[in-house]
Design a protein around this ligand. Structure first.
Ligand SMILES: Cc1ncc(COP(=O)(O)O)c(C=O)c1O
Length: 455
């Protein structure tokens, strides 16, 4: 198949069965993996539809400029449409968005203006207001406004919904998706509900957003609004693309639960997806655990790709700094050290000790490796199997000094190194060393790590 331009490759993304994260859930869980779109997100679909509908309506004319406030993915879709159709693009973005998203838009030739996140949508500095102002000032410019432009939900009504219905042969009982502008959930759910009256839709919202309370009480509660980190879902406004009549339930998901689930999707299912995918799956599985029956089938929409979050949810330091690291079962070197009693004394030999005395000590203490110390410093190591080979080769070394046969020192690690980091450093031969708070040196072997993991 030959395509006339990249935008013709949008859509027909695959449905993939979850195999691990669905444990304990009756029924089947499928995900629709939207990063297969050329801009790596589902937003390609609505971006092209907004542009083409504007062309048809005569709002967007040849040589025009597309201006949009975007969390990045819509910008990518618009940029691809702009390239294919010859329009310039200017995007405004909130400064909480990933740096990767900004760089990606620049990479496809767009101009990007970064605006503050924590200001109200009416504030002239907000990314909504800056986009509107540029639209007023720049002649022959088009402001798609993905929040209120109904081509957004229609794109999903025309493509995402029918693809899911076709690929499941109509065997779908539940649909779940995050809600930001609302276009993907509203358009897809509307189509699916027109095919199946019993279809249940579950919208995923964030803490800090107004949707869930508005659906349940009809109240737009400003007290629900506070800054959160998850990108793409939840809002402090009610976009026209959110059709509350086709969204049956809302579930709120925390930034942390979403981040942890995003990493699990990559590691356990091989789905290297974006942060709001973690929100969608965490919330959808929470609903599914309680409500799905044998024979039910849920489809969860996964909006975008993991590359856009390498500096955030896929970065261990970032996760730790935000208190999001999911290593409940994985402690640190500190825990191993603390579990040893106060009388712990590292078994060591000196460079000048006789090799046969070192062997006797290792036997007596039942250790297979031992650091070599000199003037309070670790200067080398002995390991039993290497030593054995050397003695077989030359039995006389038994009577010589340790310094003549010792190997390199074991590596020192930081006291707060996590067990997953430690286990990647400890190899079959060599343990690692760590200084505790009292500057005593401890040795940590593979056995210590295994014992700590299973404690
Ligand atoms: C990463 C990501 N997830 C989810 C959404 C929400 O989708 P929608 O705007 O269709 O509600 C968006 C939209 O910006 C997004 O970029």
């Amino acid at each position: 198949m030959i395509y006339n331009s990249i935008i013709e490759t949008i859509g027909n993304t695959p449905l993939v069965r979850l195999n691990k994260l669905n444990k304990g859930i009756a029924g089947e869980i499928l995900v629709k993996v939207e990063y297969f779109n050329p801009g790596n997100s589902m937003k390609d679909r609505m971006a092209v539809k907004m542009v083409e509908d504007a062309e048809k309506a005569g709002i967007l004319k040849p040589g025009g400029t597309i201006i949009e406030g975007t969390s990045g993915n819509t910008g990518m879709g618009l940029a691809l449409a702009g390239i294919a159709k010859g329009y310039k693009c200017i995007f405004t973005m909130a400064d909480k968005q990933s740096k990767e998203k900004i760089d990606i838009l620049k990479a496809v030739g767009a101009e990007v203006i970064v605006c503050p996140t924590n200001v109200s949508p009416e504030d002239p500095r907000s990314y909504y207001a800056v986009a509107r102002k540029l639209n007023e000032e720049i002649p022959n410019s088009f402001y798609p406004n993905q929040y209120d432009n109904l081509s957004n939900w229609k794109a999903h009504y025309e493509t995402t919904g029918p693809e899911i219905w076709r690929d499941t042969d109509g065997e779908i009982t539940h649909f779940a998706a995050g809600v930001g502008t609302g276009g993907s959930m509203s358009g897809t759910a509307r189509y699916l509900k027109e095919q199946s009256e019993t279809l249940v839709s579950v919208g995923i919202d964030t803490y800090g957003s107004v949707f869930k309370k508005y659906k349940e009480t009809g109240e737009f509660d400003e007290n629900e609004i506070y800054p959160y980190l998850t990108e793409g879902i939840g809002e402090d406004i009610l976009p026209r693309n959110v059709d509350f009549s086709v969204i049956d339930h809302f579930i709120k998901v925390t930034d942390k639960d979403a981040a942890v689930m995003t990493r699990r999707l990559s590691r356990e299912e091989g789905l290297f997806v974006g942060w709001s995918c973690g929100s969608a799956v965490h919330g959808a599985l929470e609903y599914a655990r309680e409500n799905l029956k044998q024979g039910d089938r849920m489809v969860i929409l996964l909006p975008d790709h993991g590359t856009r979050y390498l500096g955030k949810v896929y970065n261990d330091d970032w996760m730790r700094n935000h208190g999001f690291m999911e290593n409940k079962t994985f402690g640190s070197a500190r825990e191993i050290v603390n579990s040893r009693n106060a009388a712990y004394q590292l078994v060591v030999v000196r460079k000048s000790d006789k090799v046969k005395d070192a062997i006797a000590l290792m036997n007596e203490k039942s250790v297979s490796q031992i650091p070599v110390m000199e003037d309070g410093q670790v200067v080398g190591s002995l390991t039993d199997n290497k030593l054995l080979l050397k003695i077989i080769e030359n039995p006389e070394i038994k009577d010589g000094p340790v310094g003549e046969v010792m190997e390199d020192s074991m590596h020192f690690v930081a006291l707060d190194s996590t067990l997953d980091v430690l286990s990647s450093m400890v190899d079959k031969e060599k343990a690692v060393l760590v200084r505790d708070d009292m500057h005593r040196v401890h040795i940590i072997t593979k056995h210590d790590i295994l014992a700590a993991i299973t404690r």
